[in-house]
Design a binder for this molecule. Structure first.
Ligand code: TXA
Ligand code: MG
Length: 352
């Protein structure tokens, strides 16, 4: 298959350029497109074969359901049974980085939902994604554009390295402004939600429209052997560099000392800007100021990919805090590290 690249100006997109890609979607093809969270690899969500092609291109297990993307939150009732709580969430956060799980309608085949009778619905705010969805006129199932297990792609060049020859079109429009996938919630009552995957819409944001927001324990815990979590994706390793990846917790001083020593001994270190001067220049990847969680979010996945290209056979990074966007960073990094966390204070004591 020949993959065609369409480049559009993200600030001032010429939407007519998107027509061939919209046609390809309608005809059952695969299109990689930008969203504000990460790039997605999309197909017509109403076609069972579409989902099968996406699973094959990604090397993804077919029990891991896909998110269905719509140009207008009001279209959700074509694919799902909407509820008053969905409408409140849509009004507050859509279009934007929020995905809501609803009971699915028959228009969406079980191949798209990994065999579940629910469907995940999201309306991206990225103007190019929105225009592509509008032009195609079909709901688009799209997981993140990465080979299963790898960090998600936040730009077209990265997606091209993994999907050249496997999709019909790749639409390039700069880097995703958020850099981490959408927040996923499952309504558990008229006014209660279970937060399955943290993202840029935080638990505090959600509490503005829903009085009870429970955070699923799988956000920070590895599922047990054989467990089938509510969010099937949580059971798979994701985001991982090819090298062993370890998170470092503890006081700022202990973390810095531990990371400094690790870089001297040959490890690659993903660090905060403030830590960078202490860490060997050829071993460090700085991802923003410690307080700037948005910048860290934007840069995390490219840092994880870059770490593989550095010399050094192990990668270390700081364990992010739980508050605000920190929880989303923490969730992705814990999963990338297969929940491997060491306490810098303890580790330094043992080494003395
Ligand atoms: O930001 C995003 O959400 C991106 C962009 C492309 O929109 N998409 C994305 O898709 O992250 P993906 O496939 O990489 O992650 C979807 C997650 C998986 O963990 C999956 O298990 C969960 O959503 N999911 C999808 N449908 C579900 C359902 N019906 N019930 C529970 N979890 C579901
Ligand atoms: Mg993904």
């Amino acid at each position: 298959m020949v993959t065609r690249l369409i480049t559009v100006d993200e600030k001032n997109p010429d939407l007519s350029l998107l027509l061939p890609a919209a046609e390809a979607l309608k005809a059952g093809g695969l299109v990689i497109f930008p969203t504000e969270t990460v790039y997605g690899i999309g197909c017509d969500a109403t076609l069972a074969e579409g989902a099968e092609k996406v699973y094959a291109a990604k090397g993804r297990p077919s029990d891991n359901p896909l998110i269905v993307h719509l140009s207008d939150p009001g279209d959700a009732d074509k694919v799902a049974f909407v509820t008053p709580l969905y409408r409140r969430l849509a009004k507050a956060f859509m279009p934007g980085p929020l995905t809501v799980i609803l009971k699915k309608r028959d228009s969406i085949p079980r191949q798209t939902t990994g065999g579940l009778d629910t469907v995940a619905v999201r309306c991206p705010s990225h103007p190019v994604a929105n225009a592509l969805l509008r032009l195609s006129g079909v709901p688009v199932a799209a997981p993140s554009a990465n080979i299963s297990g790898r960090p998600s792609a936040t730009d077209a060049a990265t997606a091209l390295t993994e999907f050249d020859g496997k999709v019909d079109y790749i639409i390039a429009a700069g880097s995703s402004s958020i850099g981490l996938e959408s927040t996923i919630v499952m309504p558990t009552g008229d006014d209660s939600l279970l937060l399955l995957r943290p993202g840029a819409v935080t638990a505090d944001d959600l509490k503005l429209v829903c009085s009870k927001v429970e955070i699923s324990d799988t956000v920070e815990r590895a599922p047990d052997e054989g467990e089938r979590p509510v969010c099937p994706g949580m059971k798979y390793r994701h985001y991982a560099p090819s090298k062993p990846f370890i998170l470092v917790s503890g006081s700022p001083e202990d973390r810095l000392e531990y990371l400094r020593k690790a870089s001297e001994e040959g490890a690659v270190v993903i660090c905060y800007d403030e830590q960078a001067p202490e860490i060997r220049a050829d071993r460090r990847i700085a991802v923003g100021a410690e307080s700037d969680l948005s910048e860290q979010a934007r840069r995390l996945f490219s840092a994880l990919r870059l770490a593989d290209r550095y010399e050094g056979d192990v990668v270390y990074a700081n364990l992010p805090p739980r508050d605000g966007l920190g929880l989303a960073l923490r969730n992705r990094m814990l999963r990338a590290a297969a929940h491997n966390v060491i306490d810098a204070g303890d580790a330094l004591l043992i080494r003395q």
